[in-house]
Design a protein around this ligand. Sequence first.
Ligand code: GAL
Length: 894
Amino acid sequence: MIVAVLSVCVCIVAIEYGVRVTEAKYFEPFNVTYDHRALILGANRRILISAGIHYPRATPEMWPDLIAKSKEGGADVIETYVFWNGHEPEKGQYNFEGRYDLVKFVKLAASNGLYFFLRIGPYACAEWNFGGFPVWLRDIPGIEFRTDNAPFKEEMKRFVSKVVNLMRDEMLFSWQGGPIILLQIENEYGNIESSYGRGGKEYVKWAARMALSLGAGVPWVMCRQQDAPYDIIDTCNAYYCDGFKPNSRNKPTMWTENWDGWYTQWGERLPHRPVEDLAFAVARFYQRGGIFQNYYMYFGGTNFGRTAGGPLQITSYDYDAPIDEYGLLHEPKWGHLKDLHAALKLCEPALVVTDSPTYIKLGPKQEAHVYQANVHPEGLNLSLFESPSICSAFLANIDERKEATVTFRGQRYIIPPWSVSILPDCRNTAFNTAKVRAQTSVKLIDSDLPTISNIFPAQQLRHHTGIYYISKSWMTTKEPLKIWSKSSFTVEGIWEHLNVTKDQSDYLWYSTRIYVSDSDILFWKENDVHPKLTIDGVRDILRVFVNGQLIGNFVGDWIKVVQTLQFLPGYNDLTLLTQTVGLQNYGAFLEKDGAGIRGTIKITGFENGDINLSKSLWTYQVGLQGEFLKFYSEENENSDWVELTPDAIPSTFTWYKTYFDVPGGTDPVALDLKSMGKGQAWVNGHHIGRYWTRVSPKSGCEKVCDYRGAYNSDKCSTNCGKPTQTLYHVPRSWLRASNNLLVILEETGGNPLGISVKLHSSSIICARVSESNYPPLQKWVNADLIGEEVSANNMIPEMHLHCQEGHTISSVTFASFGTPGGSCQNFSRGDCHAPSSMSIVSQACKGKRNCSIKISETVFGGDPCPGVVKTLSVEARCTSPLSAGFIQDAVSSF
Ligand code: GAL
């Protein structure tokens, strides 16, 4: 195995500013170089697998588990962007604490023996507010982002230097014994470069030179940047990168973003990328010469607070990633990729020493790439292939419909459609991308299982629907629907939203007065016309109030607004509220985009012609009173709170608060906000994000998700006709056992009495493994294949089942060895069934967190149908002792 030696030692590293800094050294210091076939870490030629985790999308308390799960899943590297606006919320005031403790995050990866890929940007995109740029950057005189512009370059250099210096001071670069092996400057600038003409070209050269000048001492990449200079590696971001070639043969083929799912916007369906296709894309990449691949995202997490980007990015950034938003394994994605990574690792020795693979056409849509080379055994410590010639092969069937039988080196291989078989020894198949033996986990966040602990029954309320509501005792207070403070100001004309709010709040109020004469009223009556407010462009939300009444809501990205108005004779208050729902995170000229109202704003339909409001006097007010007075904080002493009565009518712009308890244990916690409309929520002063019960289109979700054929973000999507997001993660570390303060700001009208607490757990697990599947990869690592004709195919496939931490298999609800049909939660026995199936599986698994069963007739007491390929299908329940006890309790008491 080729692995860099992990050695953790403590040494005095520097005497800086007169202070002695003691740092841990994680690796023997090594330099990172590369050629077109490998990244070279010290003396080791490597192909690497990287897991994307954005540190502020989780809490520091979640990081160790996420990193451990990445390692267990086969990652060598942890990758993240750096989020400038999180680290420098005010110009010159840095924040590297809490969720922004980047140093701690990098060190955690290192202490797990993982390398690190730091994408400094500092433009990130990432569906993150303003693409990661601090909003104050817009206010620097003469600034133009991401082009040959002196003020921008100065700021960018200052922040990138700050990060590089921090990493160097903390001894985190590989040559210092740290984990950082790669850095990124800019992000997908090639997508927008042409918008900037010559300035764009100059900027690319400047960014490269600037990055290299910082003395970080590890390679820099630029993604989607075909004109990256010779000493920067240009890399691929896409769903598939197997056709990608960097702009020089001296550079390695790298895939910085393998989109294993996709992001979600409010009112959209949930994306789902099937793991068979994802594994196919990864295997094809390494088959055709790839050396580094990063999952974007391996864990997506949550856009806490107001960090979600725009337009309209939702609070969850689950991304359909191998680790779900809550930090639980997303199966079978995680498990199948783990198997794939193990198979690829078996090929690594051959891959890194073969100059270029031999290509063999096996059929019209079938091809092999063979990596074979003579090696000197001393150079590599290879227990598996101690022969001067090592060989690994990939056999691909890119036919989207049909299975193929091919002959390779005199042997026949059956390859499912749209799949790759991996042969680490050029003979035996260790893995096929379409044959999933990993278990499926069905997450239960359902409320018909009582999820609230019986330890705190006082405030847990069971409704006749069986749902446990968070509390029946709520307080409420109204937000004024008008200019509310003396800090408001009056000016002529319409100001751009961000120029006023500086993104300190989503909300900006504008108010003006319109005089309506009796003859106007008469004119409208006689001609049967109504005055209309028209605005050329609005984003993201506009709410229109006349005389304190909400009369119109508009949502969109620079949409035109036409709103009929009802006026009274005399002076009328026209109040507009524009709202952002995450600032634009992608595209050229981000600094110019802005938000709120754009173009002309007028009222049409007056007898004397239109009233142009673009030049009227408007009074402006940033934010809501409750934000200003910090209603969400535990110290808030606002005396206007009154008790909410059960018959209270849902009302707009209302604050609610209550105290709630949570069950013990380690299961992640979510708030179910589906009874609410749109707003923001805080728990114990932590902003858990925006919520919105916006419903996705009814159509566009396929009944059957077919993994075959090229993926796009519309394919296999789910959740049609339902609110995009109803569950909101509240990290355990933000909660205490009892008396948690929940504060909600509701904008459109909802029912807080319907809010409930849910525990998120993988309650149902299923697996389906057939005799024709391949044995566990583990067997390959242990097998002594050298010199002997031991066929891996003689080894027996196995089914592995596991429950999440703190849970065990409490019951087996289906088991059939034979020819079972159906799928998870819908399995059925076939004509062939071994009667012992249930008892064998129960015996092997019940009461355990992990179990495995050999897929063999001998295990099941004889062959139930000779000559037929048999499959074992199992469905089981995982429960935690806490919830099991509670269910019992619940059953007996209701
Ligand atoms: C890429 C971008 C990422 C992310 C991704 C979509 O183009 O580099 O930051 O936005 O798209 O999730």
